[in-house]
Design a binder for this molecule. Structure first.
Ligand SMILES: [Fe+2]
Length: 291
């Protein structure tokens, strides 16, 4: 038996003009951020590094790409309550549906950034949501799945538009965590939902951009996690990478590219972090790869 079997769905009314005061501003800002990402896509893919306009301005080095919007007061993505329907150990997958899953098809895509507006690769995103009838599957893992951001910080989720259930507006739950970082638990919302005005949890900062495409919808959202990031690639490193053969040690601050050995196996650091017990290289593929 699953809880919340009530189907109290309210048909989505795209013509509804219930937009909260903050919604339009947020959409505009997210849109600009997205435009910046498109502009920076080429250097992201070509060099694996990211240089933002903000970094260029602060260092005096030439800009690699204009990225105007990640430093305009984009505070870290705000947290929201977990709610009663989270289940740990969701399957790793980017699609929560099959071709026969009832509901309106939805994709949600975007990027995960840190405080310095650089994409975070290997960030964990664990989504859970109601089915089209507003029910959460507590017995199994339907409409639950986790994934990791790609090297450019991007993610994409294939699902359906979640149904409504009593007391809430339409939303998707998510936990986001940079490698070695704290978990952000929050929720994503849909614009032009009548219940956005009556749901006390609703936060316009957490609105996705959503557009209709064919029979489905495409949503986008960019997370900003409250994690410090190392200087950009245009700045020289403050210390050279460790030489191969150094044994991994808890408490050490490692930089991307550092090489260590652990258990007689060589590893290369994928992302700067301070090592702690439990993050031994074999345990955290987001931080270390063999080689
Ligand atoms: Fe929920």
């Amino acid at each position: 038996m699953t809880p919340q079997m009530d189907n109290n769905s309210t048909p989505h009314d795209p013509a509804a003009s219930d937009e909260a005061p903050g919604e339009r501003r947020q959409i505009s800002r997210k849109g600009l951020l997205k435009a910046a990402l498109v502009a920076s896509a080429a250097p992201l893919l070509a060099g694996g590094g990211v240089a933002l306009a903000r970094d260029a301005a602060s260092t005096g080095n030439g800009p690699l790409a204009p990225t105007p919007e990640c430093d305009d007061g984009d505070d870290p993505t705000p947290p929201q309550m977990e709610g009663p329907y989270f289940k740990p150990n969701s399957p790793r997958r980017t699609s929560l549906v099959t071709p026969s899953t009832p509901g309106v098809p939805l994709t949600v895509s975007g990027y995960v950034f840190g405080r310095s507006c650089r994409p975070i690769s290997g960030a964990l995103l664990d989504f859970w949501q109601a089915d089209t009838n507003g029910s959460y599957d507590m017995a199994q893992f339907n409409f639950r799945g986790h994934q990791y951001t790609a090297a450019d910080g991007s993610f994409s989720l294939t699902t359906i538009v979640p149904g409504l259930y009593p007391g809430r507006t339409r939303h998707i739950h998510v936990k986001a965590q940079a490698p070695g970082g704290r978990i952000l638990t929050t929720q994503l919302y849909f614009p032009n939902e009548p219940r956005n005005n009556t749901d006390a949890l609703f936060d316009p900062e957490l609105l996705m951009n959503v557009r209709n495409v064919g029979n489905g919808r495409q949503g986008s959202f960019d997370f900003v996690l409250d994690v410090a990031q190392t200087p950009g690639p245009s700045e020289p490193p403050t210390k050279p990478p460790t030489e191969p053969g150094t044994s991994w040690a808890s408490g050490t601050s490692y930089r991307a590219g550092d090489r260590v050995t652990y258990g007689g196996v060589a590893y290369r650091c994928l992302q700067a972090h301070q090592a702690i017990s439990g993050w031994e290289p074999p345990n955290v593929p987001a931080l270390w790869e063999r080689g």
